[in-house]
Design a protein around this ligand. Structure first.
Ligand SMILES: Cc1cc2nc3c(=O)[nH]c(=O)nc-3n(C[C@H](O)[C@H](O)[C@H](O)COP(=O)(O)OP(=O)(O)OC[C@H]3O[C@@H](n4cnc5c(N)ncnc54)[C@H](O)[C@@H]3O)c2cc1C
Length: 249
């Protein structure tokens, strides 16, 4: 089969590798550069890793060499720390995850086109046997094919921002802060020996009342670092194309 994959994120690349392993001729279009990604670390549960191991041991082994691993989930509320153990998580940087998948795809003969917006999926379908639409949470393919796919899209009521800290938490940490404007939550985990993903989330009305809707990336990072200074051991936060947005389902 000739396969066209629209989007070279983790989903598109992994699908490309698994299809190429089965002997199909696969091409991936990615509009960004190879090292051009948003966000920071990605955490995978033991369950997910089991699925990856069964599907492709090469990718599993490459991920295994990079992982930071931990078991605990910590919840901090009103100065009380609750720890729950035995969960089993592993994480790595999103950029490194993409590099591993690039290498695997290249080794399997997948043609990777970077800085290349994909042709329209419906046009690709005329010349390819299979088109994989892996163009992300704001998928233009899903939109242009809405009459066919009939998607239901809902947006969460919270705003969140994806930031990072330059030290490693030793657990998944959820910390709740009661501010003058309402509740805010920190959600953090390590993804390398000296870096952690930090997501700060709050209801839309709390976000607006706090004035965070008027802050740019740098100011948002500074205010979040101040709000969660204890959890962050007084360390700063940094962004990477970080903006306050909502989770979409
Ligand atoms: C704050 C946050 C934290 C997260 N943490 C985790 C986590 O810990 N663990 C986890 O498993 N997941 C996590 N996720 C989810 C994870 O980011 C997504 O599940 C994953 O990125 C989905 O991969 P994807 O390939 O489907 O989409 P994406 O990663 O969005 O990739 C889509 C790609 O398609 C490209 N593209 C789009 N349109 C075109 C076009 N027309 N032509 C060419 N290229 C195009 C884009 O440039 C992009 O590279 C998190 C998400 C967020 C927002």
């Amino acid at each position: 089969m000739r396969v066209a994959v629209v989007g070279g994120g983790p989903g598109g690349l992994y699908a490309a590798a698994l299809l190429a392993r089965q002997g199909h001729r696969v091409e991936v279009w990615e509009r960004g550069a190879p090292d051009d990604t948003f966000g920071f670390g990605v955490v995978l549960s033991d369950d997910t890793l089991g699925g990856i191991e069964r599907a492709d041991t090469v990718v599993h082994a490459a991920l295994g060499a990079e992982f930071v691993r931990w078991d605990d989930v910590e919840v901090v509320h009103r100065d009380r720390l609750l720890t729950s153990g035995g969960h089993g998580f592993a994480a790595l940087g999103r950029r490194r995850l993409l590099e591993i998948l690039h290498e695997r795809c290249a080794g399997l003969g997948v043609r990777l086109r970077f800085r290349s917006p994909a042709p329209d999926a419906w046009a690709l379908a005329k010349t390819y046997d299979l088109v994989v639409a892996a163009d992300g949470v704001h998928s233009a393919t899903r939109e242009s094919g809405a009459a066919h796919f009939r998607p239901t899209v809902t947006e969460g009521r919270c705003r969140y921002i994806w930031l990072a800290a330059d030290f490693a938490f030793d657990a998944f940490r959820f910390e709740i802060a009661e501010t003058a404007h309402g509740v805010a939550q920190l959600h953090a985990y390590p993804y390398s020996a000296d870096s952690s993903t930090v997501i700060v989330e709050m209801r839309e009305e709390v976000w607006r009342a706090s004035g965070l809707d008027l802050c740019d990336e740098e100011e948002s990072a500074a205010r979040c670092a101040k709000l969660f200074a204890d959890a962050l051991r007084g360390r700063p936060l940094r962004g990477n194309r970080s903006a306050w947005t909502r989770f979409r389902t």
